[in-house]
Design a protein around this ligand. Structure first.
Ligand code: AKG
Ligand code: FE2
Length: 289
């Protein structure tokens, strides 16, 4: 077992301390490894949730501004991301041991259809996990490496079967193809057992202010929002190892340089020579492209 990220008090963008980072528990590790995803209910207080939700409803497209910025390195996820995306020698006080790849928000009113998405709600992954690639989920030496990893903040209640993200639990460790014609295709389209795969997908219910963490090597899908009581209002943040990059970063230098120093390190360049004391600080010359 590795040592979690040292507990530190993190200053928020508006200088309010946001608290101590929480280590990943053995139970969370067990279920994250077994299923490929975990849900942590009621992480945000009602006041925080209201504040952040108001920003999303007011048009925030990403979590880089305002109160939403605090989600990027919220103490409830820092310990977990350190555990599943890095190694103990890289866990330091002065920088994060993982990178942020991007952020987007979504508001889905009652009646929102998955056909409004480019992928039409097709169950998909970053790369098919039965192939070797730098984004894939691995476990070696009693250590999880989750590859490209998504953190979803649900700012409204989600009811099972009414439109939350769904997961084919365990598929991040599948060694066989999804039944489609192309083993490199990162989704299950044209699989003759598409219906059985969809039927086997897991759902979750959670109160507003909960967080879901999943490896993008897990088959997952967007779904029609059929909950008449509230829209889906969620923030999707993406993370990776400090050594690997999937997305181009769509975030200007001026926004990053206004962040607290440790938070800035989430956006430093993707290179590793020099080991744990090498690449630690974000700058205009050392940023993710
Ligand atoms: O919109 C959704 O529920 C799924 C989002 C998704 O595919 C992802 O976060 O990678
Ligand atoms: Fe996805």
């Amino acid at each position: 077992m590795t040592t979690p990220e040292p507990t530190t008090s993190i200053e928020s963008s508006n200088s309010q301390p946001v608290g101590e980072s929480v280590p990943m528990t053995d139970e969370q590790k067990f279920f994250f490894d077994l299923h490929g995803w975990i849900l942590i209910p009621s992480v945000l207080s009602a006041m925080e949730t209201e504040e952040m939700k108001a920003e999303v409803y007011a048009g925030a497209k990403q979590s880089y501004d305002g109160a939403l910025q605090r989600l990027l390195d919220h103490p409830a996820i820092v310990g977990i991301l350190s555990e599943i995306l890095s190694e103990e020698p890289f866990m330091r006080d002065d920088c994060y041991s993982f990178r942020c790849e991007g952020s987007f928000t979504t508001v889905r009113p009652f009646g929102w259809r998955k056909s409004q998405r480019g992928d039409m709600g097709m169950p998909h992954v970053v790369r098919p996990p039965q192939q070797a690639n730098p984004m894939r989920y691995q476990v070696a030496g009693n250590k999880i490496f989750s590859g490209l990893t998504r953190v979803v903040w649900e700012l409204e209640e989600v009811k099972s079967g009414q439109g939350g993200t769904t997961f084919l639990s365990g598929s991040h460790k599948s060694f066989f193809s999804y039944g489609g014609p192309d083993p490199f295709r990162p989704n299950i389209s044209d699989s003759s057992w598409e219906d059985s795969i969809r039927d086997a997908m897991s759902e979750y219910s959670c109160p507003a202010g909960s967080v879901v963490i999943f490896t993008e090597s897990l088959i997952h899908a967007a779904n029609d929002w059929t909950n008449p009581d509230n829209p889906r209002c969620a923030v999707f943040n993406c993370y990776n190892s400090i050594w690997a990059q999937w997305h181009r970063l769509n975030l200007g230098h001026e926004k990053i340089e206004a962040m607290p120093l440790k938070r800035q390190s989430l956006f430093r360049g993707t290179w590793a020579i020099g080991g744990p004391s090498g690449n630690r600080e974000y700058s205009l010359e050392n940023r993710t492209w």
